[in-house]
Ligand binder design. Structure first.
Ligand SMILES: [Mn+2]
Length: 357
């Protein structure tokens, strides 16, 4: 919907602030009468779905735009997932402003804002070049930030003079969770903090509905209030029970020798367990090797203790690559066909021996 008034007061900072920027502009005489019109500026925000930082980025960015540019804007949200085939369809960008936060760049001219901190932010070299040619000051990228939420709040303050002191808790926790900056295994596993409880819900929720409710609440409410919502509790309680079950299962199955922890949970419901549980239960372990299975694959997961002292001797990605897997220096995985459990167990045993050395 585009009204003549909205078009009349458009400027490069948007209609709602036109009066503030041009107090003596040619429209001055009709300003008094135009106050009866209410704008329905529509802002579409694309965010990284099922991720605490993605949700927090969407919430903080909404507050920023509302506070610094469009006080009466209507905000609508679209969650995005990392898929090889994820392409931005032109029809998705239906806002007066379209923003992407905590997700890959799009060269679509309808995108007016972009914030990201991921190492791989550009799908193609053309996208990276398109970004370099942008001089709007509204497309921002800095992979040195541990969370996109902190990145947005920093830019909002330093470039636009906008601050939201009541969202300090949100920014703080987005940085801890997205950067895996937990002080110890206890805070990562016991889920004492409201932000950790919300993370469990955000990551496990089916569809985007509940995540977008959380985003709307995050814009102005403390995290403990959001967690206390009956709707959140209803999602959280069974997830928390599953989390406790996975702790119990790992405790009963795990065997530690020479700093290497091994457990085999093939045949158990263990998709997506908290990867810090092994170091919570066995703080002295340096490496974890586990075998798990699901309907579509058998998997070996390799991990290392983030709180272990000193440098690690082994590069887990290199070990995984040798068996057709991959990862990073400190975490890796190897996938096998669903029927290859015996082979996976044999490979896992070899890797355990190698890591002990
Ligand atoms: Mn992020």
């Amino acid at each position: 919907m585009s009204s003549p008034i909205r078009t009349l007061f458009s400027c490069d900072r948007g209609p709602a602030v036109a009066h503030r920027i041009f107090p003596y502009c040619i429209f001055n005489r009709i300003q008094a009468s135009c106050k009866v019109f209410t704008y329905s500026m529509r802002v579409r925000i694309f965010y990284h779905d099922h991720c605490f930082d993605g949700a927090a980025s969407a919430a903080f960015f909404s507050r920023f735009l509302e506070g610094a540019f469009y006080p009466d804007a209507e905000f609508v949200y679209t969650g995005l997932a990392h898929k090889a085939s994820q392409l931005f369809d032109d029809s998705l960008f239906d806002g007066d402003e379209n923003a992407i936060v905590d997700f890959k760049y799009s060269a679509n001219p309808k995108v007016t804002w972009w914030f990201d901190h991921h190492q791989s932010a550009f799908l193609t070299p053309e996208d990276a070049e398109h970004f370099r040619q942008d001089h709007s000051g509204k497309k921002l990228y800095d992979p040195s930030f541990k969370s996109c939420t902190l990145f947005i709040s920093t830019v909002a303050k330093e470039k636009f003079g906008y601050e939201a002191p009541d969202l300090a808790q949100l920014v703080h926790w987005a940085n801890i969770i997205d950067g895996a900056q937990y002080t110890d295994a206890k805070s990562a596993v016991e889920l004492g903090a409201p932000a950790m409880k919300l993370t469990l819900v955000i990551e496990a929720a089916k569809g985007s509905g509940i995540v977008q409710k959380v985003i709307r609440w995050m814009r102005s409410r403390p995290l403990e209030d959001i967690v206390a919502e009956p709707e959140i509790q209803e999602f959280y309680q069974p997830l928390y029970q599953r989390h406790l079950d996975s702790i119990g299962l790992i405790r009963s199955r795990a065997h530690q020798e020479d700093g290497v922890l091994f457990f085999d949970v093939a045949g158990q419901e263990m998709e997506g367990y908290n990867k810090f549980i092994p170091y919570y239960l066995f703080p002295d372990s340096v490496y974890t090797v586990s075998v798990s299975s699901s309907s579509f694959r058998t998997k070996i997961s390799l991990g290392s203790n983030p709180w272990a002292q000193g440098d690690l001797k082994h590069n887990l990605a290199t070990i995984c690559e040798r068996y057709g897997g991959g990862g990073h220096a400190r975490v890796g995985a190897i996938s096998f066909e669903p029927g290859e459990l015996i082979r996976a167990r044999k490979v896992a045993a070899e890797i355990v021996e190698e890591l002990k050395r």
